[in-house]
Design a protein around this ligand. Structure first.
Ligand SMILES: Nc1nc2c(c(=O)[nH]1)N[C@H]1C(S)=C(S)[C@@H](COP(=O)(O)O)O[C@H]1N2
Ligand SMILES: [Mo]
Length: 262
């Protein structure tokens, strides 16, 4: 409890300083504030750890994100980030409406496997109407249908050493020389959470390309950037430090927090 109070005071002081010096005018300011060298970033890393612990402590592992009624679905589902991947593999699969797509699940598990979209659709499914919050400050409410990740994990039988599920995606985010593959990771607690699904349907239709076809992650207690679209492969790992920038996700490698709890 003492730690909580102290961290909270630090939070208030630093955020007041940060806010006073920068008019809040949307993404640019936010991006500057979370640049790796920024003092605000240091505070956010601390606060992130605090949020993570506090949320887990107060709500417990199985707490559900709020679900909404059909009538509350709003704003369509604004596409963001990559919306039209142009890697050869993706364009090839898209031509046949992903009939040749296979989700590969491997890494630290006893029975690595791959499944077609039809096979995934024939697994137990879950539908949920949830709010998507992007770090840029907008949100949408949409209906998602997919297979619980817990079901897929039960099929591959994770080894005891598996601590994270890494989602490798088809898109290279931000084109040009600086483009890098999008990827994300969550821990096994979120991986087994009942609302964590691999979605192939949105608002009662097939998941559109803009929103991540053929398969995207929904991990409802975290921010939008955790919800990997265009999933090609899931890898179970003990650590993600050897992958890409080592921070567990595309945006994490650019300075965002790994745990983006809301
Ligand atoms: N593969 C991939 N997944 C991604 C992104 C991306 O650029 N590529 N953008 C993320 C961000 S920042 C958000 S807010 C959501 C946007 O999902 P939407 O396009 O369905 O709105 O996807 C996330 N997942
Ligand atoms: Mo986002």
């Amino acid at each position: 409890m003492t730690k909580f109070v102290l961290d909270r005071r630090k939070f208030l002081t630093v955020s007041a300083a940060g806010l006073a010096s920068a008019p809040l005018a949307g993404c640019d300011v936010f991006d500057a504030a979370v640049a790796p060298a920024s003092p605000v970033r240091g505070f956010m890393a601390g606060a992130n750890e605090l949020t993570f612990r506090a949320q887990r402590m107060v709500l417990g592992r199985a707490a559900l994100a709020r679900e909404f009624a059909e009538s509350e679905i709003r704003q369509g589902m604004r596409p963001n980030g990559s919306t039209d991947p142009n890697s050869m593999e993706y364009m090839f699969l898209r031509q046949s409406d992903f009939a040749l797509y296979k989700l590969e699940v491997g890494g630290l598990c006893e029975a690595p496997q791959s499944w077609s979209l039809d096979e995934l659709r024939n697994m137990p499914s879950r539908t949920q109407i949830t709010r998507h919050d992007c770090v840029e400050g907008w949100s949408c409410i949409a209906k998602w249908t997919g297979v619980p990740l817990a079901h897929v994990l039960a099929e591959v039988r994770p080894q005891a050493t598996a601590r994270y599920a890494v989602f490798h995606c088809f898109d290279i985010y931000a084109s040009g020389a600086s483009g890098r593959p999008y990827y994300e990771s969550i821990d096994m607690i979120d991986a087994y959470h009942p609302q964590t699904i691999l979605a192939y349907g949105m608002n009662d239709a097939t998941l559109p390309v803009e929103n991540g076809a053929p398969l995207r992650l929904r991990v409802e207690r975290q921010l939008g950037y955790k919800m990997a679209k265009y999933i090609s492969r899931i890898e179970l790992v003990e650590s993600f430090s050897h992958l890409h920038g080592g921070k567990g996700g595309y945006w994490e490698d650019h300075g965002y927090d790994w745990y983006a709890g809301i």
